[in-house]
Design a protein around this ligand. Structure first.
Ligand SMILES: [Mg+2]
Length: 279
């Protein structure tokens, strides 16, 4: 079982590619209002398509993202995943339909955290005072604010976090986006659910391979039997990842994504891979 983040792990905006490097021949996989939002390296696309053709008993690839269902369905993936995890674990799609068992579990967990409307009000106040540009509520489960990355400082993050922690919410600042998520939402929770479903079908617990670039991927990487983090990503900025089973790629950007997918090919074909170095 492979659970993989998408943005800045397998797909990159032209701006991210300019920042990170690692450019490879690539194709547009997401456009909005005529603007290119995301691209995927052609080699990554081809190898993912090939991996997705393997029988389910060999491999299941589960895209695992903080994007909402609507945002993730905009991406032209090279395969149709059976399972897809959206909204940072708040939603599990199976064959494109919302898994109702998981939806009920999430609703139950969310009751332990402060209501989304309370948090939204806090963020709306940031817009009023000019600290944030816009605020969105995603799937009625979490919020994110659009900020000027040059003006939204670590002090702003700390201030917001201290207002949120008592309500069991947390903050993740990534460039122009500030994600504010309830503790009930974690990619790893939803991965545990999908992995249990696969375990029932296969009669054994599938090995978990995972890849991600930010601290929103941390619990997923920690849970994985083997994990990959792209060079130059948020996680690597504070040094080596704190999990011994997690490898940092040699190259950043699309070239890093290619290393990661090649490592998965190596794992399923039982060969060792030299992609990346041990963290
Ligand atoms: Mg990402």
């Amino acid at each position: 079982m492979v659970t993989t983040d998408l943005d800045r792990t397998l797909i990159f905006s032209p701006r991210a590619t300019a920042q990170l490097g690692g450019a490879l021949p690539r194709s547009v996989v997401e456009a909005l209002d005529g603007r290119v939002i995301s691209e995927m390296a052609d080699v990554v696309r081809d190898e993912l398509a090939q991996l997705a053709r393997l029988p389910a008993a060999t491999l299941t690839i589960v895209p695992t993202t903080t994007r909402t269902v609507r945002q993730v369905q905009r991406i032209d993936l090279p395969f149709t995943p059976r399972f897809l995890i959206a909204s940072s674990g708040g939603v599990v799609l199976e064959d494109g339909r919302v898994d109702q068992v998981w939806a009920a579990t999430t609703t139950h967990r969310l009751r332990e955290c402060a209501p989304v409307a309370e948090v939204r009000a806090l963020l709306d106040a940031l817009v009023t005072e000019g600290t944030a540009l816009r605020v969105h509520t995603a799937d009625d489960q979490f919020c994110y604010a659009i900020v000027d990355p040059d003006r939204f400082t670590a002090d702003h993050v700390d201030e917001l976090a201290s207002a949120l922690v008592p309500g069991s919410w947390r903050v993740a600042h990534q460039g122009s986006k500030v994600y504010v998520l309830p503790d009930a939402l974690h990619k790893a929770h939803a991965i545990g659910y999908v992995r249990a479903r696969l375990t029932d079908e296969l009669g054994e617990v599938p090995t978990l391979l995972a890849a991600g670039d930010t601290w929103l991927d941390a619990e997923m990487l920690e849970l994985a039997d083997s994990g990959w983090v792209p060079a130059g990503s948020e996680i690597t900025r504070s040094g080596a990842p704190p999990w011994p089973q997690v490898t940092v790629t040699d190259a950043p950007g699309h070239a890093g994504a290619a290393e990661i997918v090649r490592a998965w090919v190596g794992q399923v074909s039982g060969t060792t891979t030299t992609a990346g170095r041990r963290a």
